[in-house]
Design a protein around this ligand. Sequence first.
Ligand code: NAG
Ligand code: NAG
Length: 312
Amino acid sequence: MSKTNRTALILIFDSFLAIDLIHQRTPRREDRVQNRTVYIKGELYTLLSRLGSGKFASVWKSTTRDGQYAAVKVFDFNYSRNNINSGQRVRSFRNEIQMARRMREEMNYVATVYAVDLDRQRRMGFIAMELGNRPFRDKIEDLHQMHFQSPKTGYDYITAKDRKNIWIQLVNILCALYRHDIVHRDIKPANLVFFGSTLKIIDFGIAQDAVAQYNRHQRGGNHPYSAPECFTQYLPITSQADIWSAGSILYYLTYGKTPVYESPRPPSGAPQTKSPLVRNILYYSFQRNPNRRANLPWLVEHPLTKDKYALF
Ligand SMILES: *[C@@H]1O[C@H](CO)[C@@H](O)[C@H](O)[C@H]1NC(C)=O
Ligand SMILES: *[C@@H]1O[C@H](CO)[C@@H](O)[C@H](O)[C@H]1NC(C)=O
């Protein structure tokens, strides 16, 4: 590399650093709502601490006046960030409400929505819902730590028993989505939460009706958990996209890492899992062609899902 090139590179890195520092100094706009009290269908919620931020909204651990905890999702429609404009935020808010309503009977698989409200003056939307105990990644980290305290267990990230248990719950979530003709399109660790030992899905920001397969305006998802067809203009996005994501989650449960190769290959340097059942599901989940990919009935009937005693 020539000297000028190297200087240019250093300059680029320096400017990235500068941007980072500016970000640290200026509080995020979404954090301005901290400690604020908002009315959601007549009930007062105080927003205590930010649990996370998605593309369209931020989620806050909140408390009601009688001391009940809830998660409150805050949509700030004036806010324009990450190329998301006001109209897209409004659409995502509506979509989320509509999907949550459709799934409201699936309490074992979807976080229950308590109330929804719109502050027209401040141009903000609120969704109050049940608060989980442990984010997905944290819980998997707990299970991983416990696994490695006992010497005689296997080689995967968490025990085969824990993995099977979480996998079955994930397949049940897929079945619930399927029953309601919903393609979630964004199944990933950040959208999964444990309520005790029950796994639920918490976000429907870009979920869509299973019949609206060619929605070209709302493509995308989150690498590396979303299927390849979510990022092209040519293929319909069907429930098969969620199968890819489920496979990615199984990969994460097995290797403790997000899949990087868009394939079942283990992370660099890691040995392949010894579980033929997991290898089999990963192989068929990571098929780029959605028609060759595993489908939901196949996953439901798979021994890892169905056979009570098949752990590996
Ligand atoms: C909210 O309250 C907490 C605790 O009282 C405090 O540490 C924090 O700085 C407050 N945040 C804002 C934005 O006022
Ligand atoms: C959004 O913009 C409107 C109109 O400019 C303003 O009245 C409102 O207070 C703003 N809301 C927030 C949360 O900044």
